[in-house]
Design a protein around this ligand. Structure first.
Ligand SMILES: C[S@@+](CC[C@H](N)C(=O)[O-])C[C@H]1O[C@@H](n2cnc3c(N)ncnc32)[C@H](O)[C@@H]1O
Length: 281
């Protein structure tokens, strides 16, 4: 972060960095230090938070915003050790927060029907230690693998020692799958199913059969009211309990010398979130 609080996400191995405030040398500098540029400006070397990383990562599709992710995580009461099924993976933003919430003892199985999206998400998930370099995406044909990914997989064997070291710092609790989730969910005894895809009502019956009866919950995110209505109707038809639909609006508050007031700009709408739990049988 420079002294104007402008942030840049750098790889650990980067040794020098420069912008209009000058050039800094990052060799042998630890996170948490102040560095002065060649022309006297201050820079702060910080460890990025997950929020910083997700904000800067590459995207194939629009990702869920933190405000909506927050609602999903909290309303569903997601916990350490739980098993989650998600669709679609998209760019992997929601996957990252789900995987961090369930931790090392939990697991996220994420379905994506478009191989090119799953491959980009793999890079994002790798960069935050949720999958190992070269980890196979279940259902991805060998010919769909990029040369770079193939090389990663081959190097994998030679890099066992390096991977073991990395393993200590990552959660490695995400499994990626290529597949159309409306055709079925293979996994059983799932604690939570999260759907961010256009036709979630076509998944509700499969979800009911895959969720564990004691604690199984579902969360659905859709941008249109018509989609929300169809989803709620499907959940009710399949006997889900505590069906609740919410929308989350966030207003930034500007606190200045002049006074305190909400910002004149805000995000008007993103989507509706529907949460429910499965009925015991
Ligand atoms: C809006 S994006 C998800 C964004 C994601 N939540 C994130 O935060 O990055 C929707 C994704 O669902 C995928 N999708 C749509 N229908 C699907 C299906 N039936 N099965 C699996 N994935 C599906 C799309 O290809 C797309 O990548």
């Amino acid at each position: 972060m420079d002294e104007r609080e402008k942030k840049y996400l750098l790889k650990k191995e980067v040794n020098t960095f420069g912008n209009d405030l000058g050039v800094i040398n990052l060799e042998n500098v630890k996170e948490g230090s102040v560095i002065e540029s060649h022309n006297g400006h201050k820079f702060y070397l910080l460890e990025p938070t997950l929020y910083d990383i997700v904000k800067k990562m590459k995207r194939s599709v629009t990702t869920l915003l933190p405000k909506d992710i927050g609602i999903i995580l909290t309303y569903c009461g997601i916990e350490d050790g739980e098993t989650v099924v998600e669709a679609g993976t998209g760019s992997g933003a929601l996957t990252i927060y789900l995987a961090n919430a369930v931790g090392k003892n939990g697991k996220v199985i994420t379905y994506e029907k478009r191989p090119e999206f799953a491959k980009l998400a793999r890079k994002n998930l790798e960069s935050v230690g949720l999958i190992k370099k070269g980890q196979k995406i279940i259902g991805l044909d060998e010919e769909d693998e990029d040369t770079e990914d193939k090389e990663n997989k081959e190097n994998n064997k030679e890099n066992i020692e390096k991977n073991l070291k990395e393993e200590e710092s990552g959660l490695y609790n995400v499994i990626q799958k290529i597949g159309d989730i409306t055709e079925g969910i293979e996994e059983k005894n799932i604690d939570l199913i999260v759907l961010d895809m256009p036709d979630p009502w076509n998944v509700v019956e499969h979800a009911k059969n895959s969720l564990n009866r004691a604690k199984g919950r579902i969360a659905i995110y859709v941008p249109y009211m018509e989609q929300a209505k169809k989803s709620v109707e499907a959940l009710k038809k399949h006997g889900f309990l505590e069906v609740q639909t919410v929308e989350c609006l966030v207003r930034n508050i500007e606190i200045t010398e002049k006074g305190v007031r909400p910002s004149t700009r805000m995000i008007g709408h993103t989507g509706y979130i529907i949460c429910a739990r499965v009925r015991p049988e």
